[in-house]
Design a protein around this ligand. Structure first.
Ligand SMILES: NC(=O)c1ccc[n+]([C@@H]2O[C@H](COP(=O)([O-])OP(=O)(O)OC[C@H]3O[C@@H](n4cnc5c(N)ncnc54)[C@H](O)[C@@H]3O)[C@@H](O)[C@H]2O)c1
Length: 247
């Protein structure tokens, strides 16, 4: 694979939530390869530690933080630990969120999935952020095109896209804000899905004919964070192999 230069300053800090698995882990690993130091947050402390171990084996620097992003106290403690161990956070990736198959009461789902993104971002910005700060929120094609069986999932992902546009329009002096809208991504939460009847039917409608790999999403996130994307603000980028243009 060719060497990729995204224009990041070596040693800058990126905070990734849900970094213990799937898209979050891939983003943490690829970010470290690009010279960023990574704060790998996850509800599952062991999973975060495993990501950090992999970063270390590859010669990078990362810090594991066990934090539930739906809990205000965990967010405050997590930022205090991250800032004291790694310094100021220039980049934030709000990736953590429950699977659409989770059975949640609607208001509670909004609180833990969308409220967490707002609280993470608000806490980060309230501490003051370095110049050139950028964030990427992880929405979903379920937030702009596809309706899901669970009432809360597509509503929350649309909300994340809307909150991203608010940040882009009204907080642009502090942060450049974008979102990604992945389609079907091959992560643990979709294990076996591609083999199911509905998975097969969905795959047939994806022009590229496959699910995304977590790296497909990670590299798009890193591009949107990077100085290469310095004029990209307020977008919601579908990363879906063309699935939604066939709908
Ligand atoms: N997999 C897909 O097809 C797909 C498609 C579109 C969007 N997404 C979105 O991408 C994001 C990541 O999904 P994934 O497929 O990589 O999932 P995953 O299940 O592989 O990983 C999610 C990680 O987030 C952590 N996490 C969950 N809730 C948390 C919380 N409250 N606080 C801190 N950490 C928490 C989990 O412990 C886990 O390590 C989610 O927001 C999801 O909605 C996924």
């Amino acid at each position: 694979m060719p060497t990729i230069h995204f224009g990041f300053t070596a040693g800058d800090v990126v905070l990734v939530t849900g970094a213990g698995s799937g898209i979050g882990r891939a983003t943490a690993l690829r970010a470290a390869e690009l010279g960023l130091r990574v704060a790998a947050w996850d509800l599952d402390g062991d999973a975060a530690a495993a990501t950090v171990a992999r970063v270390g084996e590859a010669g990078g620097t990362a810090l594991a933080v066990r934090a539930d992003v739906s809990a205000a106290a965990d967010i405050a403690a997590g930022f205090a630990e991250t800032r004291s161990r790694l310094g100021a956070v220039r980049y934030l990736v709000n990736n953590a969120g429950p699977a659409s198959s989770g059975e949640y009461e609607f208001d509670e789902a909004v609180r833990i999935s969308l409220g967490s993104v707002r609280r993470m971002t608000g806490t980060w910005l309230s501490g003051g952020v370095p110049e050139g700060a950028a964030l990427v929120n992880v929405a979903s094609v379920a937030g702009n095109i596809v309706g899901t069986a669970s009432d809360w999932y597509c509503a929350v992902k649309a909300g994340i896209a809307g909150y991203t546009r608010h940040l882009a329009a009204y907080r642009s002096q502090e942060v450049r804000a974008n979102a990604v809208a992945p389609g079907m991504v091959d992560t643990p939460r979709l294990a076996g899905f591609a083999q199911s009847d509905i998975g097969q039917r969905t795959l047939q409608r994806i022009p590229l004919g496959r699910m995304a790999e977590p790296d497909d999403i990670a590299y798009a996130i890193l591009f949107l964070l990077s100085p290469l994307a310095s004029y990209v603000n307020g977008t919601v980028l579908p990363i879906d192999g063309g699935w939604t243009v066939t709908q």
